[in-house]
Design a protein around this ligand. Structure first.
Ligand SMILES: O=C[C@H](O)COP(=O)(O)O
Ligand SMILES: CC(=O)C(=O)O
Length: 211
């Protein structure tokens, strides 16, 4: 498993934007706005049918961004995303079959956990990096501090319910190199084609946590 590569993805920016794309062209415009704003990583979720095409278009047409696939639950989705050009995969929870594809294709993988037992399950497989979703619901920074006390070798990417105002509270923890969030790329901005708003949100996010 490429958890060293997963940690490299987590080190790119203080925030991994979690994005829902209506079509591939919007994905390209969003990715360009993020890069211009200083965020060189994007997680394109497979929650819409346009996800794989958007990943492919971003990989081909946007320089300087690391594109990954989110909401990956099945091996077929994992294979399709990698074939499209995804450089990393993310699951909101445990998806062992996706982990197996990530291992066989030698690609960075960020699996999700919500509980101590789930983190332990991932740690037994060798994971040293996990998503924590939905972070604000499972207890926010206080919960992560408690998890870190029993998993000192694991770093977390908390995601879910985090905002521009609360991200720094998570990033202040040594075990949190980055957070995930959808706030940079709002559905309203995408619908309006307001790429300037996304660029501005990326500019503010790029300096969160003084990184
Ligand atoms: O659906 C959840 C998103 O992927 C991340 O959560 P968020 O929208 O609360 O930032
Ligand atoms: C929540 C998230 O990161 C995902 O859908 O993969």
């Amino acid at each position: 498993m490429r958890y060293d590569a997963t940690r490299e993805v987590m080190a790119i920016a203080p925030v991994i934007p979690v994005v829902v794309v209506p079509d591939a062209a919007s994905g390209v415009a969003i990715a360009r706005a993020l890069v211009t704003g200083g965020i060189r990583v994007i997680e394109v979720t497979l929650r819409t049918a346009a996800g794989p095409a958007a990943i492919e278009a971003i990989a081909e047409r946007v320089d300087g961004i690391c594109v990954g696939a989110g909401t990956v639950w099945t091996p077929a989705q994992a294979q399709q995303a990698i074939d499209a050009g995804a450089e990393f995969l993310v699951s909101p929870g445990i998806a062992d079959a996706v982990n197996a594809v990530a291992q066989s294709r030698d690609i960075a993988y960020l699996p999700g956990a919500q509980t101590v037992s789930e983190i332990a399950h991932l740690a037994r497989q060798g994971a040293t990096a996990t998503k924590l979703f939905p972070a604000s619901v499972v207890g926010g920074p206080a919960a992560i501090k408690a998890f870190a006390s029993v998993f000192p070798d694991v770093v977390f990417c908390p995601t879910g319910g985090i905002t521009e105002d609360t991200a720094a509270d998570y990033l202040a923890l040594d075990c949190v190199p980055c957070v995930g969030g959808s706030w940079l790329v709002s559905a309203d901005a995408v619908e309006a084609g307001d790429w300037g708003a996304i660029r501005a949100a990326a500019e503010r996010a790029s300096v969160l946590g003084d990184r």
